[in-house]
Ligand binder design. Structure first.
Ligand code: AGP
Length: 615
């Protein structure tokens, strides 16, 4: 079955047919609203290209269209989740070239944006917006010599990254050209009309017949249907897919819950968070991190502050910073830090981590640290969030909108952000040599495929969930980075399965909690850190001797653990420093499947809110 597994950040909708395009596109964009966005816009071709766009909710765009309607039967539209440039009317899509004859919308990221913009600026091009998208409009227009398909093909040859691009020109009315490089695109086939969208729910009310555009393909859409080709040329035959989902299933990309969909989006989230920021040599560019090398060298301490899952990402961050940078790093619950009169001072760096960028306690702790002279860096998923506006530096996580209350893909992106930040600071401080940099860069580039591999073993995790579903209490143990992952695995389990669960360093067990470990009590051990492997194995033997049911997360080539554990959830071997990225995935799936067996509301667990904006 087709399931959408991309971390989508924006919505796309296009129409060619006999009906007025703008109202249809507006309706399609509304149906993509559930994914989150910060501005919206529509372009219609009718002799010329006419554009209406506005920051904020689709209602603002609808009002604009009421006072100033768009007439025409071919059009494209977009909801934007800001990545390059703040949410604003000017940065909203669609974007035109200077002649106004070409218009584009785009999802995803153009990695060589700066390079392309500099080159075009040097050639005299002027840009209205701060977006990477506008560059594509200029490129297509530059490449145009009478054939829009050839122009798009040549334009995208310059643009590196993971994206979907949709192009329309007043010169060739009646058709739309689009390219998929990773970011999803689908074609909806109607009767004498054709739709193009980033996602099925946008067009489900018009048709149930779809063509799925695959990675590396170009599609030409007109009222009679669509032709798909490889970007480099050569026709592709694609079978029509008939979909019988209802609208709610469609929003979830065919998955039963948003949480499961978001877990499956994680390989794409890694790719997008790393995209354009790290080369094979380990050289790092973090676009909104402004401190210079002198500051990076002067940092005497790192403070990490956050709540919940974001704090658990911080626990991984502490290990990374201490191991890579040899910098003292404290992780503080934001709700504790804000009242603790912490000993924060210059020249320190405070990393405030928050998916939403709106968590009240995290904002308060971050402000306090800044008042005390620390430089504030926001590691957040939401462009323009309060935290991002108040910080000196921002590292956006690019996970796309996260809908499930239980955070998964945002956590994953936070980890990736921390590796990138450690490399950036480490290079400046001279503690990360080229070899280490390359080692981490190489490891990071392998991670999407490795996480995909773990996801493919979901059935094994679903089976293992039966061993936990009826338990009273569950314990998670690990050491170092494995302990950090155990903390997050435990939180995931408790928040959606409502089972009592605790995580602790494996060495802490015998200082008290071991008294609670009796026959059949599940103990989940994360076991990836070679340096402390034997030590953690001693804890495994202790709980096994008391009859515990042991579930282990371990490397595929670990030949020892099988003899001691009742179930082993395997992950591909990674660099031990990077293992949390893969080892959290079976634990997310385990929490999901236990909650499912227990029949809970997985996406909206009781008593919890997605964003805790009050104290
Ligand atoms: C985790 O699954 C929770 N939803 C929760 O712990 C969350 O991580 C916490 O409230 C912090 O939210 P933030 O990242 O938006 O600041």
């Amino acid at each position: 079955m087709y399931q959408e597994v991309h971390a989508r950040m924006c919505g796309i909708m296009g129409y060619v047919g006999p009906r007025q395009a703008a109202p249809l596109i507006l309706d399609g964009l509304r149906r993509l609203e559930y994914r989150g966005y910060d501005s919206a816009g529509i372009a219609v071709a009718n002799g010329d290209i006419h554009v209406r766009k506005a920051e904020g909710k689709i209602g603002r765009l609808a009002s604009l269209l009421e006072t100033d309607p768009l007439h025409g039967t071919v059009g494209i539209g977009h909801t934007r989740w800001a990545t390059h440039g703040v949410p604003s009317d000017v940065n909203a899509h669609p974007h035109r070239d200077p002649s106004g004859r070409f218009v584009v919308v785009h999802n995803g990221i153009i990695e060589n944006f700066h390079e392309l913009r500099e080159r075009l600026s040097a050639e005299g091009h002027l840009f209205e917006s701060e977006t990477d998208t506008e560059i594509l409009a200029h490129l297509v227009a530059l490449e145009y010599d009478g054939d829009i398909v050839a122009a798009v093909r040549r334009a995208v040859a310059h643009a590196e990254g993971a994206y979907a691009l949709v192009v329309m020109t007043a010169n060739e009315p009646g058709r739309i050209v689009a390219v998929r490089r990773v970011s999803p695109l689908i074609v909806g086939l109607g009767d004498g009309e054709t739709f193009l969208a980033s996602d099925i729910p946008a067009v489900l009310q018009h048709t149930r017949d779809f063509l799925i555009v695959e990675d590396g393909e170009l599609v030409v859409v007109d009222a009679d249907g669509a032709t798909i080709e490889h970007i480099e040329g050569g026709r592709v035959d694609r079978a029509v897919m008939h979909v019988d989902w209802d609208a709610e299933q469609a929003e979830k990309g065919g998955y039963e819950h948003f949480m499961l969909k978001e877990i499956h989006e994680q390989p794409a989230v890694i790719t997008e968070t790393v995209g354009g920021r790290l080369d094979g040599e380990g050289e790092v560019w973090l676009e909104d991190v402004h401190f210079d090398d002198a500051f990076a060298r002067a940092i005497d301490r790192v403070w990490i502050t956050a709540c919940g899952t974001a704090l658990h990402a911080g626990l991984v961050g502490r290990e990374i910073f201490q191991r890579i940078l040899r910098l003292p790093t404290a992780v503080e619950y934001a709700h504790e830090m804000r009242y603790a009169d912490p000993l924060v001072s210059a020249p320190s760096l405070t990393v405030a981590i928050s998916q939403s960028g709106e968590t009240a306690d995290t904002l308060a702790a971050a402000r306090l640290a800044r008042q005390k002279g620390s430089r504030l860096l926001a590691l957040t998923n939401v462009v323009g969030s309060t935290l991002s506006r108040e910080a000196d530096d921002v590292l956006y996580t690019r996970a796309g909108p996260e809908i499930s209350v239980a955070s998964t893909k945002a956590y994953m992106a936070m980890l990736i952000g921390e590796y990138l930040l450690a490399l950036r600071i480490g290079r400046a401080r001279g503690v990360v040599d080229e070899a280490l940099s390359q080692r981490v860069a190489h490891g990071l580039h392998l991670l999407p495929a490795q996480v995909e591999h773990v996801l493919q073993a979901e059935n094994d995790v679903a089976k293992a969930a039966h061993r936990i579903a009826d338990a009273q209490d569950v314990y998670f143990i690990g050491r170092g980075l494995d302990y950090a992952v155990a903390m997050e695995g435990s939180l995931k389990l408790k928040e959606i399965s409502y089972l009592h669960s605790e995580a602790m360093p494996a060495g802490e067990l015998k200082h008290g909690t071991l008294a609670l470990v009796t026959a059949g009590v599940p103990v989940i051990v994360v076991l990836t850190q070679g340096a402390v492997y034997d030590k953690t194995m001693s804890a495994v033997q202790e709980v096994k001797a008391r009859g515990a049911t042991v579930l282990a997360v371990a490397y595929e080539d670990d030949a020892t653990i099988g003899a001691f554990a009742d179930e082993v959830l395997r992950i591909p071997r990674t660099d031990d420093l990077l293992s949390p990225v893969a080892s959290i995935v079976p634990l997310q799936l385990l929490a999901y499947h236990v909650a499912r067996l227990r029949g809970h509301d997985i996406d909206q667990p009781r008593n919890l809110a997605k964003s805790v904006t009050v104290e």
